[in-house]
Design a protein around this ligand. Structure first.
Ligand SMILES: Cc1ncc(COP(=O)(O)OP(=O)(O)O)c(N)n1
Ligand SMILES: Cc1nc(C(=O)O)sc1CCOP(=O)(O)O
Ligand SMILES: [Mg+2]
Length: 209
């Protein structure tokens, strides 16, 4: 069981919106100050030196705010930088193996698209949370598989772990997925493309109170 509550705003970084490390750290700090509960480092580049350097800097920053940093896709990077965990998609590696590699305390999340069956399997393999989406059209990931909002109530009543909603979530629609049962909302564009990231994070956070 993780000591970090898995509820609230889950902020995911984006290398296009944060073109260099200073920018990345500034924007993530704004999100943390505003109330983001979890940060995910999502960088699809192949520059391993940059990825390690940025991940290490983010671990330091998140530790200052007592918030967990998860690494997208890459279990080895998660261990190398001392992150709190990893987020794995369906083609990003096996959850049980990641658990063995990262240990009991690590937070492991799993993308389950719109499938409760995938979510049940992820839970059996020790996932700490499952993510469903995309609930709304996403400019960050336009080809994401759509998911119906009705899935959230069923997920909440049948799964033993917290549920994340992702995909096109903004201030106009976040209330819908939270009312439908999402424990966390994972957001990229509507948070990090905003002029005042700290204020926007606070607005998302207040939806959970
Ligand atoms: C919280 C959260 N949910 C879903 C995803 C998507 O993961 P995946 O399907 O592996 O796609 P990429 O993000 O790797 O493009 C996520 N990253 N985080
Ligand atoms: C990374 C990702 N995964 C998705 C999924 O459906 O699994 S949607 C998505 C992009 C989320 O970014 P935004 O908040 O800008 O739409
Ligand atoms: Mg992935």
């Amino acid at each position: 069981m993780t000591k970090h509550p898995l509820q609230g705003l889950y902020a995911i970084t984006d290398s296009t919106l944060m073109p260099d490390t200073d920018n990345l750290l500034f924007q993530v700090e704004q999100a943390l100050r505003g109330g983001a509960r979890i940060i995910q480092y999502r960088d699809k580049s192949t520059d391993q030196t940059k990825r390690l350097q940025q991940a290490l800097a983010l671990v330091d920053l998140c530790n200052q705010y007592h918030r967990p940093l998860l690494i997208n896709d890459d279990t080895e990077l998660a261990r190398a930088c001392g992150a709190h965990g990893v987020h794995l998609g369906q083609s990003d590696g096996n959850i049980s193996q990641a658990r063995e590699y990262l240990g009991r305390e690590a937070i492991i999340g799993s993308t389950c698209h719109s499938s409760l069956t995938l979510a049940q399997t992820a839970c059996q393999q020790s996932a700490d949370y499952v993510a469903f989406g995309a609930f709304f059209p996403s400019s960050t990931k336009p080809d994401a598989t759509p998911a119906p909002i009705t899935l959230l109530a069923e997920a909440g009543s049948t799964l033993p772990v917290p549920v994340v909603a992702i995909g096109g979530i903004n201030m106009d629609n976040a209330g819908q997925v939270i009312s439908a049962g999402a424990d966390m909302i994972a957001v990229i564009h509507s948070l990090f493309a905003c002029d005042d990231i700290c204020a926007r994070a606070g607005q998302f956070d207040s939806l959970f109170n």
